[in-house]
Design a protein around this ligand. Structure first.
Ligand code: H2P
Length: 853
């Protein structure tokens, strides 16, 4: 810290006691200043990208003022803080959102019009930071927005990957992964903090010794040390003066540079090892990646967890007169999926080895502060690490986990007897050829609360994913250790920014924009749901969105789409359980039906444009074949002069947050068609409905709750129910698995090579997909139609027919659309985060007062 006597702090304070003014002219002045002094451009010669950057810096100044003052306020109030630990944040572009949340839309617009520029043009210059795979990462980003908006003292912690999720190019119908160096020439919204770094040790060995007071102690020594350097990303709340922080860690070489090794060769080695350190935060590993990436992934997880816990504990001990026993009153940590769950062992290590807290007290504190969210029932997501890997990389943590497990097993044995089967299910260690550590078990054991992300998912967690744990919780009288927190999305980004026309309608009819922070206000729209004036404005809004979509599809897919057609969208990670395959099989069926019709009959059919987008994990072969199939079906259908007027289908490349912001508002219907019991929640379903789209969906994830809120008539439900799945699968295995004749016809066309374009490789791949569905039992294992596409297909066709019939009645459709969009209050992350804050974290809002500004 600087010497307050030498530096005239008071003088500095006075110089700074005015904030950056927000009138258009001041904004223009700061823009010119940044162009010239920060970017070294001249005022007469700059590009649109320079303009975006300068505008970003104008915003950053204002964000920084608010971030610093919010932090001071939290410190002054000595509040309990929440920390969200997530390996992924699918943040999306900052600029438009920051302008909206800082309430600067009007002055910014005026300022830039005055300079001859449209804000929209600036927005397009921004890279879309994709530091996540899909829904899990996007949820984390929506959570940050709501935490700030609710003025909750909560921060996010994660990794500043230099390369985010790969950019997806489609070449000859196939996914090609290209590196996404989003950081490019620097992101004006982030604040590098070279002053905030922590050492993170990896590998090495554990020795025992005495500390300076002569007490027996454990030392973890040797190995390598990487520095974690903080990059802060201000997260402004809407309609509040609070700005929170997303602190992302970048791996840097350790500062010490061994001068003894200064021979030429050693110097090169030393530089090389520094470069290796930097690799640690270089790339976000896609889900289901190959084994080679796994060790690096564990290093990444430990790296960001250790830095974050060191940072939050440092903040805790800076509080005047802190006592360890008060840690749970001041700190709540949320572990987002199993990725950060090494935190259980790291928290113990930091408390016991570094802070010298007794083991029992440390465990009590750890289990009161940490919480764990489970996001999926897919077994691949419950991470397990080979014991051998942990032993090499984190030898002290293996000891800690071993000790925790020993005590845990003793406790279980006392309760259930020495040889109860419950014990092997609940143990942190999984026996087998390769002994493993189950991070899910470690997380549940170390957590105060465990939550699922939608009502049905939380029930499945209790009954199927962790039944022994749930029973244990009930047995010790704590059934509410497992709670439900239904997901949400932020209406600021997903309605206000993505669909300004809809936002304007809501604000006009409701008389204020209060709905943006209290979505229950939207209920006020219901009385207008049959109002013809609203209907025409609503339809005009959809037309506007469809025009934007048409331009987007033209640019990305070189396809002209009819803006009068029903727009049908499915966008999400490509995964067999999400059943993009069923969707494209249906499109083929629809095409076949159209082909059978006479030109006159065709005239009467509903026109449809089907858009499918999403990334496939690079090692996921079937998902990639599905992309190729969708692309190839598009090539056939879109060029067929008999049908192309009535049906088009395209695979939209590189699905990302900014693409979603264009696509979602334009949809009439969207597909959320996972096999019942497989999609934990889904969140794009919420975004579509908030934008007035209706859903074709299964009784799965949050679809069920959306239907409850919006009314049964607003959703086109089909498919088997979760409790029927096991039965259908069992029957299928024993050969009772009829294939609908319409689906047979689709399979036949695929087998005939109708969509293979004479490419033998594609033909073989497509046939392999179909064969796999039909081959219901291979070698005694369930390797056939695991996700019941065949079983659900007929009712999927029926649901689509109901869509067409309902859409034919425009007034009815419009009414349902208004009804659904106005009933979505439950799915604002404001509601979700309020529940997390109240039920799990015990964190209260700390609203920075106006006079503070
Ligand atoms: C996952 C689940 C979704 C859930 C989301 C957020 C992992 O996202 O599968 O059902 O809504 O987390 O909780 P995704 O499949 O989109 O990557």
């Amino acid at each position: 810290e600087v010497d307050g006597d030498k530096v005239k702090l008071e003088k500095l304070w006075k110089l700074m006691d005015t904030y950056e003014p927000n009138d258009p002219e001041s904004i223009q002045k700061s823009f010119a200043r940044h162009l010239e002094y920060s970017l070294a451009c001249t005022r007469f010669n700059f590009t649109m990208e320079d303009a975006y950057r300068a505008a970003g810096l104008v915003l950053r100044d204002r964000l920084l003022e608010s971030l610093n003052d919010t932090n001071d306020y939290y410190r002054k109030m000595d509040v309990k803080r929440g920390y969200y630990l997530s390996a992924e944040y699918l943040i999306g572009r900052h600029m438009q959102n920051a302008i909206a949340n800082l309430d600067l839309e009007q002055p910014f617009k005026e300022a830039f019009i005055g300079l001859g520029m449209e804000l929209e043009e600036l927005f397009h210059e921004e890279a879309d930071p994709a530091l996540g795979n899909g829904g899990l990462g996007r949820l984390a980003a929506c959570f940050l927005d709501s935490m700030a908006t609710l003025s909750l003292p909560c921060w996010g912690y994660g990794i500043r990957y230099s390369y985010g999720m790969f950019k997806q190019e489609i070449q000859n119908g196939r996914q090609v992964e290209c590196p996404d160096f989003w950081i490019g020439d620097g992101c004006p919204f982030e604040i590098p903090r070279p002053d905030i770094t922590y050492p993170v040790r990896l590998y090495g060995e554990v020795t025992h010794g005495e500390d300076e007071k002569g007490n027996w102690c454990v030392n973890w020594v040797g190995g390598e040390i990487v520095q974690a350097m903080a990059y802060d990303n201000p997260i402004p709340g809407f309609d509040t003066y609070n700005t929170n922080n997303l602190r992302l860690w970048r791996a840097c070489p350790s500062k010490e540079f061994d001068l003894d090794m200064f021979s030429a060769a050693a110097y090169a080695d030393s530089v090389e090892s520094r470069r290796k350190a930097e690799d640690l935060s270089a790339v976000l590993y896609p889900n289901d990646a190959t084994y080679e990436g796994k060790e690096l992934r564990l290093r990444q997880q430990y790296f960001f967890v250790s830095a974050s816990l060191q940072d939050l504990l440092r903040d805790f001990i800076k509080r005047p007169n802190y006592k360890w026993s008060e840690l749970p009153e001041k700190v709540a940590v949320q572990m987002n999926d199993t990725h950060p769950t090494i935190a259980v062992a790291e928290m113990m290590r930091l408390l016991v080895d570094v802070m010298h807290v007794h083991w029992e007290e440390a465990w009590d504190l750890t289990t009161k502060c940490l919480n764990y969210t489970n996001h999926t029932v897919m077994p691949e997501a419950l991470e397990k690490w080979p014991v051998e890997m942990i032993e090499r990389m984190l030898p002290r943590h293996l000891q800690i986990i071993g000790e925790l497990n020993l005590r845990w097993i003793k406790d279980l044995q006392k309760k259930y007897g020495d040889h109860s089967p419950v014990i092997s299910a609940l143990s942190i260690f999984e026996e087998g050829d390769i002994k493993k550590i189950r991070m899910g078990n470690l997380a549940i054991m170390g957590a105060n609360k465990v939550n699922g992300v939608a009502a049905i998912h939380t029930e499945i967690i209790k009954k199927e994913t962790f039944p022994e744990f749930y029973k244990y919780c009930c047995d010790i009288g704590k059934p509410d250790k497992i709670v439900n927190m239904t997901n949400g999305v932020t209406p600021r980004r997903w309605v206000h920014c993505a669909n300004p026309a809809l936002s304007a309608i809501f604000t006009k009819y409701l008389g204020s924009h209060e709905w943006l922070t209290d979505m229950t206000k939207l209920k006020g729209m219901l009385k207008f749901k049959e109002d013809s004036k609203l209907h025409s404005e609503w339809m005009e809004m959809k037309r506007e969105c469809k025009a934007k979509l048409a331009a987007f599809v033209k640019e990305k897919c070189d396809l002209d789409i009819d803006q009068d057609a029903l727009i049908d969208i499915q966008i999400k990670r490509i995964h067999e359980y999400k059943r993009q395959l069923m969707n494209i099989l249906y499109v083929i069926h629809r095409y076949q039906e159209l082909k059978k019709k006479s030109p006159g009959e065709r005239e009467k059919t509903q026109k449809r444009v089907v858009l499918i987008g999403g990334k496939a994990a690079s090692a996921y072969v079937n998902a990639k074949i599905i992309i190729k199939l969708i692309s190839n079906v598009g090539k056939v259908i879109n060029k067929d002069p008999d049908t192309s007027k009535y049906l088009k289908v395209a695979f939209v490349p590189n699905y990302c947050v900014s693409a979603a912001q264009v696509m979602i508002p334009a949809s009439d219907i969207s597909e959320h068609i996972s096999t019942a019991g497989t999609e934990a929640s889904g969140t794009s379903n919420m975004k579509f409905v908030m934008n007035g789209g209706l859903i074709v969906g299964t009784m799965d994830g949050a679809n069920i709750e959306i239907r409850e809120e919006c009314g049964e008539d607003t959703m086109f439900i089909f498919g088997c129910l979760e409790h029927q799945v096991a039965d259908i699968a069992a029957k299928a295995k024993s050969g009772h698995y009829p294939i609908d004749s319409r689906l047979q016809a689709v399979f036949q066309a695929i087998r005939n090579g109708d969509f293979s374009h004479g490419e033998p490789e594609a033909q073989a791949e497509f046939c392999s997909l179909v064969d796999r569905l039909c081959n219901i039992q291979a070698a005694g294992t369930w390797d056939g139609d695991k996700y019941l596409v065949i079983s659900d297909f007929p009712s999927f066709i029926d649901a689509q027919a109901r869509v067409d019939a309902t859409y034919a009645d425009k007034a009815k459709w419009c009414k349902l659309s208004i009804q659904a969009a106005s009933s979505m209050a439950k799915f604002s992350t404001d509601r979700t985060i309020k529940e997390y804050a109240e039920v799990i974290w015990g964190v209260k809002p700390a609203v920075r007062p106006l006079e503070d500004r």
